[in-house]
Write a protein of this length. Structure first.
Length: 400
């Protein structure tokens, strides 16, 4: 059947071919997913994000929430480690307005790059038939940096609303107090990334469809632990790696300072997710429920690794031209900067999946086959504070 589709596709004009490709990519998700229960739980979000493009066609989105808000009138001190994180979070508060916003930023200056210049490999672009003139090259790097930071911003908005949800639904009272600090942290992250994009890069991209799918899936899931797994481990874990990558690679001092503060907050958030889930997953779930979470985490990791392809940049630059989505995907896959970006995202994520008990002997071969085996023994959030992470990034001990 695929050969027939391919034959029909090839006789269509490029503009229509690209639309067909986008629909086929959405359909591919369902053929790639091995677990029926994961497919069932993600399907409505995938339809909204990938087929209906709900993140792109409107400036607003309403996601129905149907979790329980859990109250406790006895106010117990029920989790000393979460309480310790709460104390650290209060001391670690900072004001986004106090960053050196008067720094002059020229996003087109290759001497002070916002992001590594090999995010798009110009040599590979040439070989793939994607021609970029000398004046287009710095514009393309600006587009890629703006795209990356835009996804950070949209992820932060997801984190802000999800942090509010998990604060409502978490069963530990110390978790609720800690969660209140995360809500403030995420609000500040939205503030600083939005201001940086708006004032310094002067460009913003819509949310990536796959990021929309993940956020939609966890916001609409009624199970509290799926919200924690989706936001605190998967999205925040990947974000922590992504921020570390950019922190280590940017030469722009304002962005570097901004990321230094954000990374220290995010390390606490992932730590909180690990504390909330570790005991729950290993001791309170049935084998079937646990297997579903193992599969879910793996499928989401793959989704982000395989599909975070900057198609929003493609749509702006090449939609309707002879450059196809497939050529663009190959370029993004081959560009060394994007390869390092994906590697460091996963290197921060996989150890936390292990720490909460989801990297089971059943799952290890799958991760191994997908090229993530190298991260099995990395440091998880409880072993790596934000301060230590910044120190290690500065010393080059964490490869990014
Ligand atoms: Fe954040
Ligand atoms: Fe966060």
């Amino acid at each position: 059947m695929y050969e027939q589709i391919e034959r029909i596709r090839n006789i269509l004009p490029p503009r229509v071919q690209n639309r067909v490709d986008a629909v086929l990519e959405a359909a591919e998700i369902f053929t790639e997913m091995k677990s029926a229960s994961v497919m069932r739980s993600v399907a409505p979000s995938a339809i909204r994000g990938l087929l209906l493009k709900s993140g792109k066609f409107s400036e607003t989105a309403d996601m129905p929430a149907n979790h329980s808000a859990h109250f406790n009138w006895a106010y117990p001190h029920d989790h000393p480690e979460m309480h310790a994180l709460y104390e650290r979070a209060k001391i670690g508060q900072w004001n986004g307005s106090s960053l050196p916003w008067n720094t002059s930023v020229d996003p087109f200056n290759p001497e002070v790059p916002i992001a590594p210049l090999d995010l798009i490999d110009l040599g590979a672009a040439d070989k793939l038939g994607i021609k970029l003139t000398a004046s287009e090259q710095p514009r393309m790097i600006h587009s890629m940096s703006s795209w990356m930071l835009s996804q950070f911003l949209h992820g932060e908005q997801g984190a802000l609303l999800a942090a509010a949800q998990v604060t409502e639904s978490v069963q530990f009272f110390d978790g609720k107090l800690y969660g209140s600090t995360q809500v403030v942290d995420e609000g500040r992250h939205v503030e600083v990334f939005h201001r940086y994009l708006n004032e310094k890069l002067c460009k913003m991209y819509p949310i990536n469809d796959n990021l929309f799918v993940i956020i939609d899936a966890l916001m609409t899931d009624s199970r509290w632990d799926m919200k924690f797994l989706g936001m605190q481990i998967m999205v925040e874990g990947l974000a922590l790696g992504a921020f570390g990558f950019l922190y280590q690679n940017t030469k722009e001092p304002l962005l570097k300072e901004l990321l230094k503060y954000v990374i220290q907050d995010e390390a606490r958030h992932v730590h909180y997710g690990v504390l909330a889930l570790k005991e729950h997953i290993t001791e309170h779930l049935t084998p079937k429920e646990r297997a579903e979470r193992e599969d879910w985490a793996y499928e989401i990791a793959l989704l982000m690794r395989n599909r975070f392809m900057a198609y929003e940049v493609y749509d702006e630059w090449y939609a309707g031209t002879s450059v196809t989505r497939d050529q663009w995907r190959q370029l993004v896959m081959q560009s060394p900067g994007m390869q390092r970006f994906r590697a460091i995202m996963l290197s921060r994520l996989v150890p936390n999946i292990r720490e909460i008990g989801l990297l089971t002997p059943r799952m290890r071969p799958h991760y191994d086959q997908a090229g993530m085996g190298a991260y099995f023994n990395g440091l998880a959030a409880p072993e790596l504070t934000g301060e230590q992470m910044i120190h290690d990034l500065d010393e080059g001990k964490i490869a990014a």
